[in-house]
Design a protein around this ligand. Structure first.
Ligand SMILES: [Zn+2]
Length: 231
């Protein structure tokens, strides 16, 4: 029997507790060829994109979440999710192989539910960034820009509230992403300020690669400014 890249995982909904299936990609089918300057992975196999399957969409109530969401719901939040999500949900499944458009819809549901549930800013930022990457693959520049700005703002919230602490995201990476996303949305002043913060960390950071990337971007910004000055 031929092994397909996909398998089905049993998930229990954090909100309604019912079970449903969600597709995942087998890890041996995931080979990253390179990364974009905002860490977007470019996969060797363009047909199979594991990013499309990060969000579990409960087919019964519509609550949408990732493995990073906490099981805890603050008082009153379940009622809000019931009114804002579950009562409006027309039951349907996102459990099969997803198109780019379906993947984007799943992320938007995830951002909506995660925001209502008051998940950490760092998690919401990550979802917005991945939504921007999917729009990039669709060559939808306008929506890509919109979601990069949302991601930049949530990373900035995460940095000022210190809520990335204890996650896989280091301070260096958070600062770098605030800077790089600012650069990509044309907020050069903000970008320069945050690239400088990254470079200041070079003696203490455990991420020399990210420090090097920040120096390269900073250099590019400087060269562009010089070019503009000559025009
Ligand atoms: Zn549910």
């Amino acid at each position: 029997m031929e092994i397909t890249p996909y398998y089905q995982k049993d998930i229990e909904c954090l909100h309604c507790k019912k079970k449903f299936k969600s597709t995942k990609v087998r890890s041996k089918f995931i080979k990253v060829e390179s990364h974009e300057t905002d860490f977007q992975p470019i996969y060797q196999n363009k047909e199979v994109n594991p990013l499309l399957y990060n969000i579990f969409v409960c087919e019964h109530c519509g609550f949408s979440f990732t493995e990073d969401y906490t099981k805890y719901f603050a008082p009153g939040v379940k009622d809000i999710i019931q009114t804002e999500v579950a009562n409006k949900w027309v039951p349907h499944s996102f459990g099969e192989v997803r198109t780019l458009t379906e993947g984007i819809m799943a992320y938007k549901l995830g951002i909506h539910c995660g925001t209502l549930k008051k998940e950490k800013f760092i998690n919401i930022a990550g979802l917005a960034l991945r939504t921007a990457w999917l729009y990039r693959l669709q060559q939808n520049h306008e929506q890509e820009q919109r979601f990069m700005k949302i991601a930049r703002d949530r990373y900035a919230d995460s940095y000022s509230n210190d809520d990335y602490n204890g996650t896989q995201m280091s301070e260096t990476r958070v600062l770098y992403l605030i800077a790089e996303l600012s650069r990509r949305i044309g907020d050069i002043e903000y970008a320069t300020r945050y690239f400088s913060k990254v470079i200041e960390k070079q003696s203490t950071s455990i991420e020399p690669k990210v420090i090097e990337m920040a120096k390269e971007r900073w250099q590019e910004i400087r060269e562009n400014k010089e070019k503009e000055a000559l025009m």
